[in-house]
Design a protein around this ligand. Structure first.
Ligand SMILES: Nc1ncnc2c1ncn2[C@@H]1O[C@H](COP(=O)(O)OP(=O)(O)OP(=O)(O)O)[C@@H](O)[C@H]1O
Ligand SMILES: [Mg+2]
Length: 282
């Protein structure tokens, strides 16, 4: 058993609102090993981004906390790089300069040549060396997302945090980027926590799928171990009974155990049944 890498213990958060504190999360417990690929899945508004932001250090937990390699997370840091859904590149800098800036900020000892080599290496990982001098406004959404991933990887983070990184993309671009991400993860062995709404994406990419209950006071409902061999091939998996079993498990959790009923007036009711809380065995 590997030593403990990333641990969320009893994480809970209350947000202040005009009507008093709103408990978004409660008792979130998760132990993650180095190099694991974790997906977070759950209905809209359940608290996935809040969990990710607490690990990123962007939100402070009200109860409990997060420990990464023995140190408590108190603020954002380059060892926990975040990739957002809406590719947050600086619009006035070229693709190359966007990645270079992250390298200069996080790896101060590097010479000019080393910086250049490192930027190029990371642009190669995401297959974006053809657009080094383009501005973000001159490239497609999928390309922007690739540069965002290169920028995060260039910081050599211990943990890569991704909040619906491919959510805004068409299905084909999304599939290409999922394949690139699997290759990069196999090469670098980073720990990844990725939020997704896409059940196939979660099964294809993850070692474990963390399924969250509906809020308020959301927590981890179930954790699914995905034991499919790597490298994984989406076409071969389409007819694989094991793959379909995992898919079915996630769908059952989302649409039976944590069913959300949206009425015509937009008023939300949620049903929480049978979601036994499972503490992480890692
Ligand atoms: N700063 C805040 N102040 C008050 N409430 C907040 C704040 N941030 C999030 N919330 C509430 O906490 C809950 C969880 O929000 P969060 O953004 O984590 O959900 P999510 O699972 O990421 O949803 P989505 O899938 O739609 O992105 C929601 O009810 C949201 O309204
Ligand atoms: Mg979110």
């Amino acid at each position: 058993m590997q030593s403990r890498h990333l641990e969320l213990s009893q994480v809970g958060i209350d947000f202040p609102t005009p009507k008093g504190p709103f408990t978004a999360l409660t008792d979130v417990n998760l132990k993650i090993q180095k190099g694991e690929f974790i997906s977070l899945i759950g209905h809209s508004g359940c608290g996935k981004s809040t969990v990710l932001n607490i690990v990123a250090g962007l939100h402070q937990a009200t109860t409990g906390g997060v420990i990464l390699d023995g140190a408590e997370v108190k603020e954002p840091g380059p060892e926990r790089a975040v990739v957002f859904q809406n590719h947050s590149l600086l619009p006035w800098l070229s693709c190359y300069k966007n990645v270079e800036l992250a390298v200069k900020q996080t790896q101060k000892g590097k010479s000019k040549q080393e910086i250049r080599d490192w930027v190029m290496h990371n642009m190669e990982l995401v297959h974006m060396t053809h657009a080094l001098d383009k501005l973000p406004s001159e490239i497609s959404g999928g390309m922007k997302q690739r540069v965002g991933i290169a920028r995060a990887l260039a910081m050599e983070p211990k943990v890569l945090l991704m909040d619906e990184p491919f959510g805004a993309l068409d299905a084909l671009t999304r599939a290409h980027l999922q394949d690139s991400l699997m290759e990069i993860h196999a090469d670098l062995g980073n720990t990844v926590i990725m939020i997704t709404h896409d059940v196939d994406e979660a099964v294809l990419l993850s070692d474990r799928i963390v399924m969250m209950t509906n809020g308020p006071a959301a927590t981890i409902g179930e954790i699914l171990d995905v034991k499919l061999e790597r490298p994984r091939d989406r076409l071969a998996l389409a007819d694989n009974p094991e793959y379909n079993h995992y898919r079915h498990e996630v769908l059952t959790f989302l649409y039976e155990k944590q069913k959300k009923v949206e009425t015509v007036s937009g008023h939300k009711k949620s049903k929480q049944s049978g979601a036994k809380k499972k503490s992480d065995a890692a």
